[in-house]
Design a protein around this ligand. Structure first.
Ligand code: ATP
Ligand code: MG
Length: 180
């Protein structure tokens, strides 16, 4: 499984329709400070179902919508679409290509899409759970989080590693059994 394409329209600094083609393996985005590199990562987090606006470096939901610049008017809607190559069937769906989308209007709630059909956020989370991708995984490590890993207490670091290795649920189950 790998991220094949990202389409961004009206999300944060991306006023114009922007299409990013990615290849298997390492892809590197370079550019000056403030040009929108982290916004690309925010767009990926958002479409994967991030619900905490603070994780996306905003304060309110509409902060993800392009809010205007010297030359361009603010937009009313943000849309991000992500195309995943699933030819190894890492994600449990019988498609070799999976499209995830999310849209939000200034006035409203987010809409989620799976292969262009409207779905609930829960459908996206269920699909991604256990895949290492998505809200709870450490597939995405932000600038701040790296500092947390480096400067963190021993126990916090251990918990992060357990989460990343997928064993934390067993610790939780063990703790529950011990309580009985
Ligand atoms: P650095 O190298 O410093 O990490 P970066 O390339 O990661 O920079 P980002 O943090 O992705 O930069 O982008 C920041 C820019 O995005 C700022 O100029 C900010 O004004 C702009 N931005 C954020 N939200 C919006 C929005 N809703 N509408 C328009 N522009 C926005
Ligand atoms: Mg950045």
């Amino acid at each position: 499984m790998y991220l094949k394409r990202l389409d961004i329209k009206g999300f944060k600094s991306f006023a114009d329709n922007t299409e990013l083609q990615l290849n298997p393996g390492l892809n590197i985005v370079v550019g000056p400070n403030g040009c929108g590199k982290s916004n690309i990562v925010d767009a990926i987090r958002w479409v994967l179902g991030e619900t905490s606006i603070r994780q996306l470096r905003g304060q309110k939901n509409e902060d993800v919508i392009f809010n205007g610049s010297d030359k361009k008017k603010a937009l009313g809607m943000a849309f991000v679409e992500l195309v995943i190559d699933n030819s190894d069937h890492s994600l449990p769906l019988d498609f070799s290509e999976i499209t995830l989308g999310r849209k939000v209007h200034r006035s409203g709630e987010s809409e989620f899409y799976l292969n262009k059909s409207r779905v609930r956020l829960k459908d996206i989370s269920d699909l991604l759970s256990g895949s290492g991708v998505g809200k709870k995984g450490y597939a995405i490590i932000s600038q701040g989080e790296l500092e947390e890993v480096l400067n963190g207490q021993a126990l916090d670091r251990r918990l992060m590693l357990e989460e990343a290795a997928g064993v934390i649920k067993y610790r939780q189950q063990r703790d529950e059994v011990k309580k009985r």
